[in-house]
Design a protein around this ligand. Sequence first.
Ligand code: HEC
Length: 198
Amino acid sequence: MKIERLLRSVLRAVSEKRAGKMRNLFKRCASLMVAAIIFVSSVLGVGAFGHTFGGGEALAAELDAATRTIKANEQGETVTLPVEDFLLGRKKFNVACATCHVAGITKTNPNVGLDTESLEGAFPARDNLAALVDYLHNPTTYDGLVEISELHPSTKSSDVYPKMRNLTEDDLEAISAHILVMPKIMGDKWGAGKTKSL
Ligand code: HEC
């Protein structure tokens, strides 16, 4: 009996020691992981550490799920845009749209900007993903009465607007999503060229 008790306590001591070692090892791994994540995110400029570590992507900290959640269609369903799609949309927007729509304004028609208020007031309302993608296939005047694909870049008029040629349906969605996310990041500064008093 005595021997059994002795054996048991020795075993317990050994396993406790091992558990302690494992804990230490785990702690060391965890701090290494955190350091690695901080390093990678500061290099890529994504994630919550983008700001703190000055890694290129100044918007990263604002890109929480709520900011990336946008109206999907006129029924009011929502969709949460993956960060990669936001970055894709921004890139494509800058290439294909920013010459006329920098920071959400419309240079040649400041009253029809890409700000939420303008998009909501259009007919049909263009304040959701589906309606914006539709606009890029089938742009219309603000009142929805006249098709303007000869005057506005669209997939129909890629002969006149070659930048539209290589945009896939996914690109069009990402660009549209970008238009809907930006006012949530920039507030009133997105589309601020509009003459608000009109
Ligand atoms: C050559 C200049 C030009 C380019 C490039 C351009 N747009 Fe436009 N956009 C305009 C003009 C001008 C209007 C106003 C049209 C009107 O009179 O209704 C407009 C209107 C819009 C509207 C309607 C806004 C509202 O409040 O109803 C959307 C949406 C839009 N553009 C998206 C885009 C996107 C996305 C791209 C890039 C794929 C793009 N535009 C490229 C000039 C341009």
